[in-house]
Design a protein around this ligand. Sequence first.
Ligand code: HEC
Length: 152
Amino acid sequence: MKKILALFAASCTVAGALWSAPAAAQFAKPEDAVKYRQSAFTLIGSHFGRMAPVVKGDAPHDPAQIKANVQVLQTLAGLPWAAFGAGTEGGGAKAEIWRDEAGFRKAQQRFNDSVAKLAVAADGNDLGQLRAAFGDVGASCKACHDSYRQRR
Ligand code: HEC
């Protein structure tokens, strides 16, 4: 029990650090913020997309590998948002983000909640559950992109 509590405390500290680090992030120029968030999304896209073959049944399901990858995704999922500060309009971001901050925050919340559920699914070995949680995360990416990312 003690060990579990210690583990829990440790993971809370890590989560706290994850939230406060990007919030304190400073960018010398608006372009630096744009580059930062695009880089974070590129990594998110990579770590999300690489699970697609498993979810589709085209690659064998290795639960340990999925779990490790989802842990990376959870870390990445907290990163882009601090780089959408005032004055950082541009890149592929729609101006809507700065006009509708509450809506944008809600879209982040939906994403972060669905990534948390994916992490729970990844703790189990059930491919069906993983597939459903993966689909929900994908839907949350798309929902935000539909409203807040420019079509190219
Ligand atoms: C809450 C909103 C939101 C969520 C959730 C979100 N994105 Fe995005 N995404 C954006 C915005 C806004 C941009 C454009 C950023 C820019 O160019 O400044 C973007 C850009 C991207 C890019 C292009 C990065 C580049 O180099 O230009 C990729 C890839 C991407 N997102 C993948 C994903 C994936 C995959 C998910 C889900 C697993 C996801 N995003 C979830 C808002 C979101």
